[in-house]
Design a protein around this ligand. Structure first.
Ligand code: PNS
Length: 172
């Protein structure tokens, strides 16, 4: 673990997926403190409010004592500096993510050179996964089990007016 180092893991988290959670767990082992930072990102017309997204993340991260959930507006690097974070963590799924993420990382370095961006490879199990895919599946009546952390499932079903499946019946 990087002693005394704080990292920020930013995103829309609309909602947090199993791929995000995998990055959160692994990053939380590398840094003394990890701030999961929810960006409003109104351009993306989110399904969940910032408050709902934070609540889901708080439930999902409840067993990770060095993980803190916050939201921010404005520039990510300014938020990182305000919180005393030295590192921004980003997850990379496939080469298709790389170009945009490189542009962001270089822009952020230009704005605040003291904040380093590091990339973590998504677990191969989740390479195909995104919040948009999860929302599409939930909207069209599909099963999102395993694609999102267990605590997120009821939020998704409720949002689309679906009955929350009986947890007992789903086991095994
Ligand atoms: O989960 P997402 O939607 O891919 O996350 C994108 C996010 C929130 C990380 C990115 O849009 C962001 O950093 N927004 C804050 C504004 C900012 O600092 N932009 C980069 C410099 S122009």
């Amino acid at each position: 673990m990087s002693e005394g180092k704080t990292a920020v893991y930013p995103g829309s988290f609309d909602p947090v997926t199993s791929g995000h959670y995998d990055i959160i767990v692994r990053a939380s082992r590398l840094f003394e403190r990890l701030i999961v930072a929810v960006a409003p990102n109104p351009a993306k017309q989110p399904l969940f409010t910032v408050e709902e997204r934070m609540k889901m993340l708080q439930e999902v991260c409840a067993s990770l004592p060095n993980v803190h959930v916050e939201c921010f507006e404005g520039l990510l690097v300014d938020f990182a500096v305000e919180r005393g974070a030295q590192v921004i963590v980003k997850g990379l799924r496939a080469v298709s993510d790389f170009e945009y993420e490189l542009q962001m990382a270089l822009t952020n370095r230009r704005l605040r050179p003291q904040v380093e961006t590091i990339f973590m490879m998504t677990n191969s199990e989740y390479v195909f996964l995104s919040s948009s895919i999860v929302k599409e599946i939930a909207r069209l009546g599909g099963n999102v089990q395993g694609l999102v952390p267990k605590a997120v499932e009821p939020y998704l079903y409720r949002k689309f007016g679906r009955q929350v499946p009986n947890q007992e019946a789903n086991r095994g």
